[in-house]
Ligand binder design. Structure first.
Ligand SMILES: [Zn+2]
Ligand SMILES: [Zn+2]
Length: 266
């Protein structure tokens, strides 16, 4: 069985299609998914998805691209993680891709928001789900400054260099690969995937975005995560079943080890 470690089932494209998505997941042997929160206003929706559906969990956090969103506090985030099936802090991190005419120096609001998430993750001992785009040096620097390695977590939808992967691994983080791994122009990323040890790899869809080949451009769902697994299996020259088992075990260790056994199916 496969696990999708990062999807946006609260997105407008997917939120109304949960029954259909779950049926497709069953047919594709995808039994678990982590529903990612991007704003405090969205939290109630992703949390309800996690509570109402076996095999779904959720995170609590505010995405770095959500500039005009309500700002989280350390206490507020910690409070949300006390609720059932909330297993991570994020997604959080830094995104300097769309500066809209500003300078990196102007993005202190993002860095401050990221620090709040790291402090919350350390306080509640939940892993961080990290988004980094065009900002890897600052992302690593803040994680070091704030001892983010104490919380651990995952660099999701990884598109950075092997050097950045090495630094993230050294800090104790996992690396998650998305459908980008299947794209024709992603040869460099496939080399990174070859290098990351299998016991630190996760797989994800980042639904509704980034549908893997041959579905590129379509609306993505967690049912497509086996296509990412198949590509990772090809890169690592192992059976896809081995990728499924290893990434599921990594997911359990990272996100579910602090969850009591009897509540994982609630
Ligand atoms: Zn992201
Ligand atoms: Zn995401």
């Amino acid at each position: 069985m496969f696990v999708d470690s990062h999807c946006h089932l609260g997105s407008p494209e997917l939120a109304g299609r949960i029954a259909e998505i779950r049926q497709a997941m069953r047919e594709a042997r995808v039994d678990r998914a982590l529903c990612i929160c991007t704003t405090l206003d969205e939290f109630a929706l992703v949390h309800a998805l996690a509570v109402e559906n076996e095999g779904f969990w959720c995170s609590a956090g505010v995405h770095p691209d959500e500039e005009d969103s309500r700002e989280p506090t350390v206490e507020g985030l910690v409070e949300l993680t006390r609720l059932d099936k909330v297993v991570a802090i994020g997604e959080t991190g830094l995104d300097y891709y769309r500066l809209a005419g500003r300078d990196v120096a102007d993005m202190e609001w993002q860095r401050e928001r990221f620090r709040v998430h790291i402090r919350a993750a350390r306080a509640c001992r939940k892993p961080l789900v990290i988004h980094t785009r065009s900002a890897s040096a600052d992302t690593l620097r803040l994680l070091r400054d704030e001892q983010g390695g104490d919380a651990g977590g995952v660099f999701h939808c990884f598109t950075e260099t092997a050097e950045v992967a090495r630094a993230a691994l050294d800090l104790g983080f996992h690396i998650s690969f998305s459908g980008i791994l299947t794209f024709r122009n992603a040869a460099e990323l496939r080399e990174v995937a070859a290098f990351v040890p299998l016991d630190r790899c996760l797989i994800e869809t980042d639904s509704p975005y980034l549908a893997p080949m041959p579905l590129r451009g379509k609306v993505n769902t967690p049912a497509n995560v086996p296509l990412v697994a198949a590509k990772l299996a090809e890169i690592k020259a192992v059976a896809v079943e081995q990728i499924a088992a290893a990434t599921a075990a990594n997911f359990e260790r990272l996100f579910l080890s602090s969850v009591p056994r009897d509540s994982t199916n609630s």
